[in-house]
Design a protein around this ligand. Structure first.
Ligand code: GTP
Ligand code: MG
Length: 419
């Protein structure tokens, strides 16, 4: 296990800044999730960044001493570093130096399982790397399978740069192929009028645990960050008979590196295609509000800021203060208090999802001929059948039906709307 020294940095001139305690606790979680053993977490608060080292020279010397004493394998900064800052820090400290984005990329590359996931991570890594390939001495050893090593000469860098650009284009092409496959699946879902619900939320909020419990899936779950990289969709029947598709997605993080959002856009298509989002929040995390804000900004970046959302306020088994929970429920309305771990209140969440779709449903009375018996089965699966009468001249059905489904049936001459 690699020994890591963490440096949590707060720069006063940064636009959004978290409290330093929150920055440093998240950095520890990230380092732990990357398999590192943290020996110390140094705090550095600066008025403004410096071009050479990001932080002050004195602090760099302090870090260098600790890194040497503790004989660490890596020094990890909570703040992004420019290529120059990274090189200078590395020279001054004499240890491998990473920034937060590299750490996240590292976790992602450890977790990627599917070919698409692996390609997305590699693309993000190369896009991170490309603008940093200037001068000499940049550490590339952490990034990607054997792409360059420490300090190749300028000429070699030129070659690498060309090679990297070519690889980026190839990855983009291959990912486009995955994307068109995904679009076919989404189109088929739309044709079958399946409503889709995406579980979104901060990493480790409990999305996969919830999917497993609701749908019998067996997605891996863990307290480490970014356990899920590949989306998984399962079908689920609501109590009224309506079938929906429920999807688990990659977790969000505050200031998620832009490369990653870009690279994972195809995977995040599940979120963009969803008719409803269930935002899973960890109520036991004191950074709940920051997490909520981070999720909102990623959703906006994905163009999903206006989608309907139900908040699943999760992990209530860990919170004793019921009045606070009730307050949260009001604040995050429409919200449901749940525990995905012990199954508490999941019925209420399901009712909330069903209620959302029923609310956007039309109540109709229709009449169909006996020759179209298959429609009865179809409505039982795709709509909410309230009443059905088998009459001599045909079948009369009272049903709640989504507008989407109703408009797709408009051309069926056998269906007569009678009320
Ligand atoms: N106590 C408690 N723990 C929970 C609950 N739901 C999830 N957890 C735990 O929280 C951790 C994270 O759960 P996951 O389901 O992996 O979270 P996720 O949102 O899928 O996380 P990523 O895939 O990393 O984005 C796991 O250790 C779960 O066992 C809950 O209701 N109560
Ligand atoms: Mg997960």
């Amino acid at each position: 296990m690699e020994k890591a020294l963490l440096v949590s940095v707060q720069i006063k001139t940064d636009k959004h800044h978290w409290r330093i305690e929150d920055i440093s606790s998240e950095l520890e979680e990230l380092a732990f999730s990357a398999g590192a053993r943290v020996v110390e977490n140094v705090i550095s608060i600066c008025q403004k960044p410096t071009a050479n080292y990001l932080i002050g020279k004195g602090k760099v010397e302090e870090i260098s001493l600790i890194a040497c004493d503790e004989d660490v394998d890596a020094v990890i900064f909570s703040h992004d570093l420019s290529g120059t800052q990274q090189r200078n820090l590395e020279d001054a400290i004499g240890k491998k130096t990473l920034d937060r984005t590299q750490l996240i990329l590292d976790i992602f590359s450890r977790r990627a399982r599917s070919p698409e996931g692996k390609m997305q991570v590699e693309l993000a890594q190369l896009q991170y790397l490309l603008p940093r390939l200037t001068g000499k001495g940049i550490i590339l050893s952490r990034l990607g399978g054997g792409i360059g090593t420490r300090g190749p000469g300028e000429q070699k860098l030129e070659v690498d740069r060309r090679r990297i650009r070519k690889r980026i284009d190839k990855l983009k092409d291959d990912l486009r192929a995955f994307r068109s496959h995904r679009l076919v699946t989404h189109k088929r879902r739309k044709e079958n009028n399946l409503l889709s619900v995406a579980l979104v939320g901060y990493t480790s909020a409990g999305k996969s645990t919830l999917l497993n419990l609701l749908s019998g899936a067996s997605q891996p779950t863990s307290e480490k960050l970014f356990t899920t990289l590949d989306p998984l969709s399962k079908s689920l029947q609501l109590p009224g008979g309506q079938n929906i598709i429920l999807s688990d997605t990659v977790g969000f993080l505050h200031e998620l590196p832009h490369h990653l959002i870009e690279a994972f856009k195809a995977t995040l298509e599940e979120v963009r295609e969803a008719d409803l989002l269930v935002h899973v929040l960890d109520v036991d995390d004191h950074r709940l509000y920051q997490h909520n804000q981070a999720v909102q900004s990623v959703l906006e970046e994905l163009g999903c800021g206006d989608k309907p959302v139900i908040a699943a306020l999760n992990k209530i088994d860990l919170v004793e203060d019921r009045s606070w929970l009730e307050l949260l429920k009001k604040e995050f309305a429409p919200g449901v208090l749940i525990s995905a771990k012990n199954g508490e209140n999941l019925d209420a969440l399901i009712s909330g999802i069903e209620g959302h779709f029923l609310g956007s449903m039309l109540n109709l009375k229709i009449f169909i001929p006996h020759t179209r018996m298959e429609l009865v089965d179809f409505f039982y699966r795709q709509a909410k059948v309230n009443k059905i009468d088998y009459l001599q001249e045909g079948i009369r059905i009272d049903l709640g039906i989504s507008r989407q489904l109703y408009s797709s049936l408009g051309s069926d001459k056998d269906i007569k709307v009678i009320g």
